[in-house]
Ligand binder design. Structure first.
Ligand SMILES: [Zn+2]
Length: 362
């Protein structure tokens, strides 16, 4: 259906790899939207810093400009778990005289919200339950009637910022904000971002909160590792699911905001079966890979979890376990279809918006 799998696309420099799940998802969704793919390049411009009082960025965040890069290393994609470590180094200042196609902006900046953008902020007294301010902005779930996390708001804020940038003639940042927006929208389709744990499991472990936190984080992270590894192997069914979802979304001509509720519901319904699948099929062997995680450690949960990722990948993709993954492949394909549908509609909506703002340029 498509010419390339992201990591084989000759139009993308090696300095941008290794690639991560959000980039694969954005890539396949973008490739499905012909109106987006045909948009002309935009000039790289400085960040307009809209709404920073309302929506502060993490103090350690730096806007990198990947349009200007130097190749330095050849990392092994199957064993890369840190978004900050790539084959190239990128400019910290706005590079002069550079332009880039909008679809590439959507792809290469889609992991930015998982760097320091949302870290080290005090957003809510309950943010510890999502592992800190980062999780707070990337998740949205209920536990015993209370809501935790504001991912739907993260999605809406970035959509507004994207429109504002385009209205003010900064298309480059319009697409960068949209890339971030797409990240939160994709997170909302991930079962582990819209549900924390099965209710029955909470009741079983309610007096062992520390153990509960460890198991929930370990299974969430294992699922992310599994999905990412499949993409990096060039797993066709996942690419096809996103492309088919995006195409169906465009044909249906539906509105994302009307669909959001059912989209979250669909993701939430997939949570418990996936959670128990990992817990029952991999059990102690998998949980042991995450044995060093400590909720009270000074380094944040995400940093600690990354260290365990390689060990977990060895368990999940060991030859003994490979045949177990069929079930996950099917459920995840269904999930990616929904994510592709939402991103396809989002990207198309903006391609139309931009074309209307600048008629005659396409
Ligand atoms: Zn995220």
């Amino acid at each position: 259906m498509l010419d390339y799998y992201l990591h084989n696309d000759p139009g993308l420099p090696g300095a941008w790899s290794p690639w991560f799940s959000h980039e694969y998802i954005s890539y396949f969704a973008a490739q499905s939207v012909s109106r987006l793919m045909s948009l002309p390049s935009v000039d790289v411009k400085p960040n307009p810093h809209y709404g920073e009082k309302l929506w502060p960025t993490g103090p350690r965040h730096i806007d990198l400009y990947k349009e200007s890069y130097q190749d330095h290393r050849q990392l092994d994609p199957l064993w890369s778990f840190d978004y900050k470590k790539r084959n190239g180094d990128y400019a910290h200042e706005v590079p002069a005289g550079k332009s880039v196609e909008p679809w590439k902006i959507l792809v290469v900046y889609s992991t930015e919200p998982d760097l320091y953008l949302d870290d080290d902020l005090s957003l809510n007294k309950n943010q510890k339950i999502t592992g800190g301010s980062h999780g707070w902005r990337h998740m949205h779930f209920k536990i015993m009637g209370s809501n935790y996390g504001i991912a739907p708001q993260s999605y809406r804020v970035h959509k507004d910022l994207a429109k504002l940038s385009i209205d003010n003639g900064n298309d480059y940042w319009g697409w960068r904000y949209l890339s971030r927006c797409g990240h939160y929208l994709a997170d909302l389709g991930n079962p582990f971002h819209v549900k924390a744990l099965p209710g029955s499991f909470l009741i079983r472990k309610i007096f062992a909160r520390h153990e509960l936190f460890k198991i929930v984080s370990a299974i969430h992270q294992s699922y992310e590792i599994y999905v990412e590894r499949r993409f990096r192997e060039g797993f066709r069914p996942f690419a096809d699911a996103i492309v088919q979802g995006a195409r169906e979304g465009l044909n249906a001509q539906k509105d994302i905001d009307d669909m959001l509720r059912n989209y979250l519901k669909g993701a939430r319904l997939k949570h418990d079966p996936i959670f128990y699948f990992f817990y029952e099929k991999f059990g102690k062997e998998l949980l042991d890979a995450f044995a060093d995680i400590d909720q009270n450690s000074p380094s944040d949960a995400a940093t600690q979890i990354n260290r365990c990722s390689a060990d977990a990948a060895k368990v999940l993709f060991s030859t003994d376990h490979l045949s177990k993954l069929d079930y996950l492949d099917v459920v995840t394909g269904n999930m990616l279809f929904d994510v592709g549908m939402m991103l396809g509609i989002l990207f198309n909506e903006f391609a139309v918006y931009v074309s209307q703002r600048h008629p005659g340029k396409t």
